[in-house]
Design a protein around this ligand. Structure first.
Ligand SMILES: C[S@@+](CC[C@H](N)C(=O)[O-])C[C@H]1O[C@@H](n2cnc3c(N)ncnc32)[C@H](O)[C@@H]1O
Length: 255
């Protein structure tokens, strides 16, 4: 079959020579809040009641903002459950619980989950594994960019299998970076004048444990996973974190 042969020719994602789970366990143990938002005020030694309140307020603003965008596109947006993938210390899970009454935060790092559970929040539950049930809204912000794509794509597929028919997504991915960031380990896609694609994942071998690294994703693969999961109505906007470009994607499962 010609089609079959063509698909088989798509190169498999490169294997990442790094245990990013161990990095996040270490980040969660030492600087759980700074690991989520890299502002010096959130380093463990600088945390105060006020900075912690600001930290959690940023999550409330973000969830309200994202909900407003979805409501603008889908006037019947009124989720009664939410899954927060890569929840960290629960910055987004808490406002999601407040809004829906039933929010589940998943994270790979037990150290992050321990911190998330320290702050009681009605309607919020945390765990390391994806629960075997459906959700009305699946949210994952600033997470996939830290997961090697060869692991991230199957995870995205597993996540989308948990979206209820008629449910909503809010996801964010890093897609490429400016040439000036070409040497930052982890990236695969760098856009210079000539739209070069480079990979520098070998540099990951030399980094100490606990470093935060960034991976670029392929929008074609993301769309294939979403469309196959029945999420065919999508809206996308540009995100730019100082030359690290990506997309925030909103959408709905229609079938
Ligand atoms: C930058 S933090 C973002 C936390 C949260 N989404 C927020 O915006 O407040 C990234 C989180 O992703 C988690 N993470 C990294 N790899 C993961 C994986 N393979 N599965 C689930 N969570 C992961 C990390 O432990 C960390 O808590």
């Amino acid at each position: 079959m010609v089609f079959h042969a063509l698909f088989n020719r798509r190169p498999a994602p490169e294997q990442t020579p790094r245990d990013t789970d161990a990095d996040w366990e270490e980040i969660g143990r030492t600087h759980p809040y700074f690991g989520v938002l890299t502002d010096p005020r959130f380093r463990s030694e600088n945390l105060t009641e006020e900075s912690l309140a600001d930290f959690f307020r940023s999550g409330e603003h973000q969830i309200n903002h994202e909900a407003g965008l979805l409501r603008g596109r889908y006037p019947d947006f009124a989720p009664r459950s939410a899954l927060d993938f890569g929840c960290g210390v629960g910055r987004l899970t808490r406002p999601l619980a407040l809004m829906t009454g039933d929010a589940f935060g998943v994270d790979i790092a037990e150290s992050m989950l321990a911190e998330a559970r320290r702050q009681e929040c009605e309607g919020a539950t945390f765990g390391r594994d994806l629960p075997d049930r459906h959700f009305d809204w699946i949210v994952s912000l600033i997470v996939f960019q830290h997961i090697p794509p060869e692991r991230g794509y199957p995870l995205l597929k597993a996540l989308m299998a948990r979206l209820a028919v008629g449910g909503f997504i809010t996801l964010q991915f890093a897609l490429y970076r400016d040439l000036r960031h070409a040497s930052v380990p982890g990236g695969r896609i760098v856009m210079g004048e000539d739209l070069t694609t480079v990979s520098n994942i070998e540099a990951l071998r030399d980094l100490a444990k606990g470093e935060m690294v960034m991976f670029d994703y392929d929008l074609t693969v993301i769309c294939a996973i979403l469309f196959n999961a029945g999420i065919t109505d999508l809206e996308l906007s540009h995100t730019d974190h100082g030359g690290f470009h990506g997309a925030s994607i909103r959408g709905r499962r229609t079938a």
